[in-house]
Design a protein around this ligand. Sequence first.
Ligand code: NAP
Length: 283
Amino acid sequence: MATIINGKELAKKIRMQLKDEVDILKQKGIQPKLAVIMIGNDKASEVYVRNKSKACNEIGINFEEFLLPEQTKREELLSLITKLNNRDDIHGILLQSPIPKHLDIREAFNTIDYRKDVDGFHPINVGKLAIGEECFVSCTPAGVMKMLEEYQIDTQGKQAVVIGRSNIVGKPLAQCLLNKNATITICHSKTQEIEEVTKKADILIAALGKPKFITADMVKEGAVVIDVGINRNEEGKLVGDVDFESVEKVASYITPVPGGVGPMTVAMLMSNVVTAAKNTMNS
Ligand code: NAP
């Protein structure tokens, strides 16, 4: 039976450490603050933003929410981002996705000052990650890497297979693993005979958004299996991309859903906000 990687507990520990760091920053006159922009009324986004707000509260990070109507114009959004870029009291800016279709999310992300880009989506941060420089790393990949580190899972020379190549999860995660000397394979919807690839993985990361896609027969005995997926099944229950019940019998480590990668994502966002606030001391 696999060891379960407890993301919920680990995230709690990280939040406690961050709280101490925030207390020290406050003594130095710096009050970390996150600004979140949400456009329209997406129910899932509302839950995500509420969770982020709660985490900020717990740690002592100030939180300011900007709720914009569905019909928000391009110029209005970009002008708000520019204003937030120029406000010294704001250290991190997050644009909650999805945003309405008439707006260009890439343009909006690119407008955020990369020093306040706590989501790690700005091209400067993406580029810095690619060349191995200090930067804001997208929160979900950062959370996965933190889990591997905390459970002392060695990545050096290991075959790591990432399923999914999105700009927010798959690609940055593969880059992070490469930076830690893993040998990387990225699979996507056009990959053929995917089970032949997954069976070779020492570290298998599922980030495709297909419920219970990874089954035990696709996993090498003793592999580390990280489930990034968040899906709802027919009963409305949260399920991952991994068939946990069968895979935990062959894996050496496995993350559950819920209670795995999800809470780590929020913890790493908090960590990025604290880093952004700290960085203002050196600029
Ligand atoms: P996405 O943008 O939809 O990307 C999905 C990726 O999976 C794409 O690269 C796609 O390939 C690939 N894919 C789809 N079907 C596949 C198949 N049958 N075989 C192999 N690859 C396949 O999704 P995302 O934003 O990266 O998110 C992925 C999952 O993680 C979702 O369930 C999402 O809810 C979850 N998520 C969780 C967290 C967290 O905090 N735990 C954070 C973010 C996302 P193509 O590129 O060829 O289309």
